[in-house]
Design a binder for this molecule. Structure first.
Ligand code: NAP
Length: 290
């Protein structure tokens, strides 16, 4: 059994060159990991890619990645939990780069914690960024696009535990489920204005920027990670870039309200004959109270 084959190499063109020439693409959290990889594919297709996040070092690395991919990188400081900060950042982007054509709501926070030990602050630390931040950025863009009569595309980055729940990460799973659901509401509300809203749910996509709190405590190798997935391999971040650019491109102009799952069939492999159940505190090496 060989599993699913590796994709073409990073940098291989999928859409016609210049598909996003003259377009302004904002990627929240575009300075690290998957956001950076997604932004780079827009940049490769000619976009001005705005890296919108809090940490100046992240933004600097993101802008360098967009420039290296052949686009134009632009960094903007923003905390997506603040509607006022988003409005100010969008003003600045419009002034420096022009009106926004594509918004990728990628920013997120996450950390494993037992639900019964999760403080209200811990809950809000994740839901404020993932659910509220996605809504605030999306509505800010939509108000501007509706007022100016310009078309736009929004891509939310979700997760497959939207449908399964996420034991050990109840805050993130609930927030991502909200994002998946909100994608459908906004798609219907805004299609009459030419605004498309879609969602992309990645599976297992390890990358070097992953915060230590999310790295597997058992330090599994890539081969061991690959054994977790029916595809027999983990995802490559540029594969997300390809599907993200397609979903926001004119080739997908009839696609709205959709959540695409890119996970090598991993989340579907549930059944009555699962491997032995491992309680959450054991999976994450947490202390058990009693
Ligand atoms: P990551 O490297 O930790 O990236 C998260 C980004 O969000 C950072 O660049 C961070 O930038 C930004 N961010 C966090 N809080 C913010 C805030 N309040 N305002 C603005 N920006 C903020 O994570 P990743 O693995 O690339 O994940 C990217 C997306 O894919 C997330 O939505 C995640 O849930 C989803 N996902 C990832 C995987 C995976 O296997 N990696 C699987 C499923 C889903 P600053 O620190 O500079 O603000």
């Amino acid at each position: 059994m060989t599993g699913l084959s590796e994709p073409p190499a990073l940098g291989t063109p999928m859409l016609p060159p210049g598909t996003f020439e003259g377009k302004v693409v904002v990627v929240t959290g575009g300075g690290t990991g998957l956001g950076k990889a997604i932004g780079a594919e827009f940049a490769r297709l000619g976009a001005t890619v705005v890296v919108a996040s809090r940490d100046p070092e992240h933004r600097e690395k993101g802008v360098a990645a967009m420039n290296a991919a052949g686009g134009k990188g632009f960094g903007i400081a923003v905390d997506v939990r603040s509607p006022e900060a988003i409005a100010a950042a969008f003003d600045e982007i419009e002034k420096e780069c022009g009106p926004i054509d594509v918004l990728v709501n990628n920013a997120a926070g996450n950390f494993p914690v037992l639900a019964e030990k999760m403080s209200p602050n811990a809950w809000r630390a994740v839901t404020d960024i993932v659910l509220d931040g996605t809504f605030f950025c999306s509505t800010e863009l939509a108000r501007r696009a509706i007022a100016s009569g310009r078309e736009a595309a929004i891509l939310n980055i979700g997760a497959t535990y939207s449908w399964t729940g996420g034991p050990g990460t109840a805050h993130s799973a609930a927030a991502k489920a909200g994002v998946t659901n909100m994608t459908m509401s906004l798609a219907v509300e805004w299609a009459p204005y030419g605004i498309r809203v879609n969602c992309l749910a990645p599976g297992l996509f390890p990358h070097d920027d992953l915060p230590s709190v999310l790295r597997d405590k058992n330090n599994r190798s890539e081969e061991q990670d690959a054994a977790r997935v029916p595809a027999g391999r983990v995802g490559r971040p540029h594969e997300l870039g390809w599907i993200a650019t397609y979903m926001c491109s004119p080739f997908a102009s009839y696609l709205s309200g959709h959540t695409a799952v890119l996970d090598g069939a991993n989340w579907l492999r549930r059944g009555l004959r699962m491997p032995d159940f491992v309680p959450v505190y054991e999976q994450f090496n947490f202390e058990k109270d009693s």
